[in-house]
Design a protein around this ligand. Structure first.
Ligand code: UT7
Length: 325
């Protein structure tokens, strides 16, 4: 018998305000045409003052718990993937635990920027397989609008706010094969030599303020295309899978051109790729759980489907996971 971490429900929260590319044309020297052509983004949700990261995480978690009929008292670990916490400390996870009335258990934030959810999924899987937890609430939540320089057209048009959540349950019934439901494989990487191509120019131990996103977009793009191509190939090879074994590619939503390039390399048609970047923009650690929720609630992803999840973010960090939903 093999213990597996199975995703049993998911949820999401998107801020009320939608900002279109046309709206941004009024703020910076950009155009709807440029943004759509270069990124695939048409709109993004931007959080209001009351829509903090903890608030959005709470709403997404509530949605997931409602969807799964989950009693908060049965959750025994809370992980929040975020780079935009309400406070330097305590963690969003600890705040969320209190907001949801979850009894004392492990609760912590995990920071791997846009790869955050893949890192979080891998850690949650390990906690469950090691017997540390039986039911994990895993959330990706970001308020990137608060760390954007709204005068920098090279970054401010790319990001959005939101939160996505999943509940992972220990399932004792696995047989140790790829037919099992749950997280079947994950692989994480970082290469800190590239820390300067995407970073935030502030922090508690340097400027004492939270700073703004700075990015060498073209450099990040090149790495994203290469790293994602490599990691999807590695994931297939490590599990002796063919592209036809993958039902859905659920990629980090940064740029439609990166997504298309990865799908091509993987050999999966775009009809089997979950795309939300057009509506959400890049919501960093929230993008994959938001995309997953979208595809599950719209009936695309069904129980038993094989998902390949992948992301790259600042650090650089990157990773992939294979999940039978
Ligand atoms: O999620 C974490 C990981 N992040 C990513 O994966 C993002 C990766 N990078 C990208 O997605 C793309 O590099 C961008 C979308 C950021 C930029 O697209 P690009 O095709 O790489 O454009 P570029 O940076 O090479 O810029 C091309 C031109 C430049 O003008 P010149 O130098 O050719 O005259 C820019 O100044 O586009 C200009 N430009 C803009 N023009 C209109 C840059 N931003 C804008 C803008 N509106 N918002």
């Amino acid at each position: 018998m093999t213990v597996r971490a199975v995703i049993t429900s998911c949820g999401a929260y998107l801020p009320e305000e939608i900002v279109t590319n046309r709206d941004l044309e009024k703020r910076v020297d950009t155009s709807d045409e440029w943004i759509v052509q270069r990124t695939g983004i048409r709109q993004r949700h931007i959080a209001g003052a009351h829509e903090t990261t903890s608030f959005m995480a709470f709403k997404a978690a509530q949605d997931a718990m409602m969807a799964g009929g989950i009693d908060p008292h049965t959750i025994d670990a809370v992980l929040v993937c975020t780079s935009t916490p309400n406070h330097t400390f305590p963690s969003v996870a600890a705040e969320l635990q209190a907001m949801l009335d979850i009894p004392p258990c492990a609760a912590f934030d995990l920071q791997a920027v846009c790869s955050g959810f893949v890192y979080g999924l891998s850690v949650a899987d390990m906690m469950i397989r090691c017997g540390q937890a039986k039911r994990v609430l895993l959330v990706g939540a970001e308020k990137f609008s608060s760390i954007l320089n709204w005068e920098d057209r090279t970054t401010c048009v790319l990001f959005g706010d939101g939160a996505g959540a999943v509940i992972l349950d220990a399932d004792q019934g696995g047989r140790g094969t790829l037919e099992d439901r749950g997280v079947l494989f994950s692989r994480l990487y970082a290469d800190g030599r590239y820390k300067d191509i995407l970073y935030v120019d502030g922090g508690p131990a340097t400027t004492g303020s939270c700073g703004h996103v700075v990015m060498q977009g073209r450099e990040v793009f090149k790495h994203a295309v290469t790293c994602m191509a490599d990691i999807v190939s590695e994931t297939l090879a490590a599990n002796k899978l063919q592209p036809t074994d993958i039902d859905w590619l659920v990629p980090h939503q940064a740029n439609i051109r990166i997504i298309e390039s990865t799908a091509k390399k993987l050999g999966v048609p775009m009809a089997q790729v979950v795309v939300t970047v057009d509506r959400h923009g890049n919501t960093s650690a929230a993008s994959i759980p938001l995309a997953l929720n979208d595809a599950v609630k719209s009936g695309k992803i069904k129980q038993g489907d094989m998902l390949l999840i992948e992301a790259l973010g600042a650090g650089l960090t990157w990773g992939a996971a294979l999940v039978r939903f």
